[in-house]
Write a protein that binds this ligand. Structure first.
Ligand code: ARG
Length: 467
């Protein structure tokens, strides 16, 4: 006799064929109630719609439907008041709610499960839950984009060095840099909304795997729950979690972007760059070094990308070996998905709060832009306009830069005679192209860094997010 069978009775939802009760550890090990109770609202919403559908097609009488709907309302209120008694012995959210319903209303509660299974129920719950989360996340992305547009507009004329290989490359405008982030977020937003279309399909009615013998009306249930349509294949409906993987892929790309933004903010707040200031409320100090002000928010966001990438890998691995249809493996979909949503919402909130309050240090950025010969390409382009082939112009400017390195001066700090010693086509109009302002203003075409283009793109961005 096993000593671990400390609990009294067989499971009331499926214990009929069993001759002994579940091992106590197995009961705990297989239960999901500690985490899937988070789905309660959507589980109850699904049950409400299912009950109304059963009423519509005549499988439940109106008294039973009423009793079920009232009972579900009361259960929802109990859960929200914190007085619901969650039972591990009832395994998951579905059986906890159903058992409590039967406690409260008797026989009608036992009729609710007609024509459905926990397999289509759980797939429906997750999709309903995720659809709501997608809407919250969409809003949070829009909020962050709004902040970026605001900074871009304020800083359309602010110049900083642009980098390639983290070496000073060409001067750019801060507004243009903010709008690069805006574009990445715009693609993330579009991916999210595209993913939403595939999330918003209803598995309910697939029952365990093959459908059901009752004359159910799936279109009606789908309409009640706001789904686009019911799924077309019952095996697919209960078994695939590709929509969760797709969402987590979206989240991984978003976090990859936020992690890159974070990396730049971290660099920019360092003493070596010193391009921006983050308000104190988004930073923390060191317990030993009194001078420290650490950019914890971006550092943490950069770190959190790792956990989301991990969840993507977990979900892909969870799914890859499963034969059709439902397998208990799928119970493992929830924690990675929940944590992905929490992480995404947290990171977006932190960035959304912080970005509008980033303060730039224009003199520092200007000084840095003056240091790395950032207008060298402008000089080459100038020589091309005067008739030199680009490769020769490149060579000429390379020599001028060599002199600058030797003598510690920028190209704009050389005399006309010095510059002319490298090429006799140079005249005194060269100095207008060597200034930082001249350099950014000259890149005045769609997608370029000129302040005029930044202002145009700000207007376009505003219209895009207002859609
Ligand atoms: N807790 C389960 C899950 O999350 C619900 C579905 C259980 N179905 C079953 N046949 N055991 O996947």
């Amino acid at each position: 006799m096993s000593t671990s069978q400390s609990h009294e009775s067989k499971n009331q939802s499926w214990g009929g064929r069993f001759t002994e009760s579940t091992d106590a550890f197995v009961e705990q090990f297989t239960a999901s109630i500690t985490f899937d109770q988070r789905l309660y609202k959507h589980d109850i919403a699904g049950s409400r719609a299912h009950a109304r559908m059963l009423g519509k097609v005549g499988l439940l009488n109106s008294t039973d439907v009423e009793a079920i709907l009232n009972g579900l309302n009361q259960i929802e209120a109990e859960i929200e008041a914190g007085s619901f008694d969650w039972k591990v012995s009832l395994e998951d959210i579905h059986m906890n709610v159903e058992a409590r319903l039967t406690d409260r209303i008797g026989l009608a509660g036992k009729r609710l499960h007609t024509g459905r299974s926990r397999n289509d129920q759980v797939a429906t719950d997750i999709r309903l839950w995720l659809r709501d989360q997608i809407d919250h996340i969409g809003y949070a992305i829009r909020r962050l984009q709004t902040g970026l547009i605001q900074v871009a507009e304020q800083e359309a004329d602010t110049i900083l060095p642009g980098f390639t290989h983290l070496q000073v490359a060409q001067p750019i405008t801060f507004g243009h840099h903010m709008l690069a982030w805006f574009e990445m977020l715009q693609r993330d937003y579009e991916r999210l909304m595209d993913c939403r279309k595939r999330v918003n399909i209803m598995p309910l009615g697939a029952a365990a795997l093959a459908g059901t013998t009752y004359p159910i009306d799936r279109d009606y249930t789908a309409e009640l729950l706001g789904f686009e349509r019911p799924t077309r294949n019952s095996l697919d409906a209960v078994s695939d979690r590709d929509f969760a993987i797709e969402f987590t892929s979206f989240a991984s790309l978003l976090l990859m972007h936020l992690s890159r933004f974070s990396e730049e903010l971290i660099l920019w707040t360092s003493a070596q760059f010193d391009f921006i200031r983050l308000p104190d409320r988004f930073c923390t100090g060191s317990s030993i070094m009194p001078q420290k002000k650490n950019p914890d928010v971006p550092e943490l966001v950069r770190g959190k990308s790792g956990r989301v990438f991990g969840h993507l890998m977990a979900l892909l691995t969870l799914m890859k070996g499963q034969p059709l249809a439902y397998n208990k493996d799928n119970q493992e979909d929830k924690e990675p998905l929940f944590d992905t949503v929490d992480t995404v919402l947290g990171c977006l909130r932190a960035f959304g709060d912080m970005m509008p309050h980033v303060q730039t240090k224009p003199e520092k950025m200007r000084k840095a832009a003056m240091q790395g010969f950032s207008t060298a390409t402008d000089l080459a382009d100038y020589l091309v306009r005067k008739g030199l082939p680009f490769r020769d112009a490149h060579e000429v400017v390379g020599k001028a830069v060599g002199l600058g390195v030797q003598t510690g001066r920028d190209l704009s700090e050389m005399s006309l005679a010095e510059l002319q010693s490298f090429s006799d086509v140079i005249t005194d109009d060269v100095f207008t192209v060597l200034t930082l302002e001249g350099s950014v203003a000259a890149r005045n075409h769609l997608g370029g860094t000129a302040p005029e283009q930044v202002r145009k793109q700000v207007a376009i961005a505003k219209a895009l997010i207002a859609e």
